[in-house]
Design a protein around this ligand. Structure first.
Ligand code: GLP
Length: 240
């Protein structure tokens, strides 16, 4: 695991954008695994600017997102579909047909999870997966106790995650209680991982990732078993 410490959120965002930019330049047909949340928000700004300024050809780039809320779709402002369009897809020239998220409005969610796994396989696997982390150590929406051998699945959200994510909704009751998420095995099968964390609230999760025992009780610790992980954290998340 390579650990890079950045001074603050802005510096973390810049370094992360630089990292992904270089990966795209080195592999123009890269398949990127993408993530949502406050953590990658500014990184997407920097990355979009850099790709546009340098007129990088994105016609062969594919993207697959980690997760989506069950019941929310493109039209819902709180959906991850909407987030990705607002924050990234609408700003860059990646063909929209190359961008993928699980469909939270699929009539048959089980089939949707199987199709999503198949899609990732058909794309030849994920070259670089971007990850944030929840305060309880969840990655994607894989909450504590999720089996390490899980693939894309329907998951229930914990009260803590619902509370944390309620800041994006009008009322806590509006937060969906389920999501579709790549599983922990899906994440471990990616060729490389870029993990980001910012702010004091992520200290425990970062400490578990860097120093803890590998345990299903703290999903992020599984990354200790992955051979190509780059961690970029700001000082607050690193406990400094
Ligand atoms: C959500 C997402 C995760 C994300 C986490 C942390 O639950 N499903 O992918 O890493 O929240 O979000 P934030 O970056 O907003 O703290």
């Amino acid at each position: 695991m390579k650990v890079i410490k950045a001074n603050d959120y802005d510096a973390m965002s810049k370094k992360a954008a630089e990292f992904i930019y270089e990966a795209i330049k080195n592999k123009p047909d890269i398949t990127l695994g993408l993530a949502t949340g406050s953590t990658p928000h500014r990184m997407y700004d920097y990355l979009a600017d850099k790709l546009n300024e340098n007129k990088i050809d994105l016609s062969k780039v594919h993207t697959v997102n980690l997760d989506e809320y069950v019941g929310l779709g493109e039209g819902d402002p709180q959906s991850y579909h909407h987030f990705m369009h607002e924050e990234f897809f609408d700003k860059v020239d990646i063909p929209l047909e190359n961008t993928h998220l699980p469909n939270g409005k699929a009539g048959d969610l089980e089939t949707e999870t199987e199709n999503y796994e198949q899609l990732i396989k058909d794309l030849g696997g994920i070259d670089l997966q971007l990850l944030g982390v929840g305060r309880n150590g969840h990655i994607g929406f894989n909450e504590p106790g999720t089996p390490f051998d899980s693939t894309t699945q329907v998951v229930g959200l914990t009260d803590l995650t619902i509370q944390d994510n309620s800041r994006f909704f009008e009322r806590v009751e509006d937060v969906p209680t389920e999501a579709l998420s790549m599983g922990l095995k899906t994440i471990m099968d990616t060729k490389s991982i870029l993990f980001l964390a910012s702010g004091e609230g992520k200290r425990d999760a970062v400490d578990a990732l860097l120093n803890g025992e590998v345990t299903e009780e703290i999903p992020v610790t599984i990354l200790r078993n992955h051979e190509d992980v780059t961690v970029i954290v700001d000082k607050a998340a690193a406990g400094e």
